[in-house]
Design a protein around this ligand. Structure first.
Ligand code: FES
Length: 116
């Protein structure tokens, strides 16, 4: 028997899709791509409380969970609500084809910016 699992690697496409000072949700992949002044990083969009999918609120500049009201800033740091931990930073890299790859199975420390 062979068990096929979805790949933990999400292809976010060319990094120049993400303009400076932007946060781009990819709800299908369950991630956010952030382009900060230090470089690019990826956050998990899964709330660390009970696992609901969070949503970016551009008018407020925060990430909000619809389930029990947790709120996070664009670094993933919790600013309100019951979530016990920040949103994890996920490992990102550039493929041989030049696309941005997000490894949803690998959490990195929240200081690993990718410069393009
Ligand atoms: Fe997000 Fe409860 S699952 S606040």
């Amino acid at each position: 028997n062979v068990l096929y699992e979805p790949s933990p690697i999400a292809n976010a496409g060319p990094p120049d899709r993400f303009p400076p000072d932007s946060l781009t949700p990819d709800p299908a992949a369950g991630i956010y791509i952030v382009h900060a002044s230090q470089g690019l990083y990826a956050l998990s969009a899964t709330c660390t409380h009970l696992g609901c999918l969070t949503a970016w609120k551009p008018e407020l500049g925060i990430i909000a969970c619809p389930c029990h009201g947790s709120k996070f800033n664009r670094l993933g740091v919790k600013i309100d609500g019951p979530a016990p931990r920040p949103l994890p930073w996920l490992k990102i890299s550039i493929s041989d084809e030049g696309d941005l790859l997000v490894d949803r199975s690998t959490v990195v420390t929240p200081d690993q910016f990718l410069r393009t």
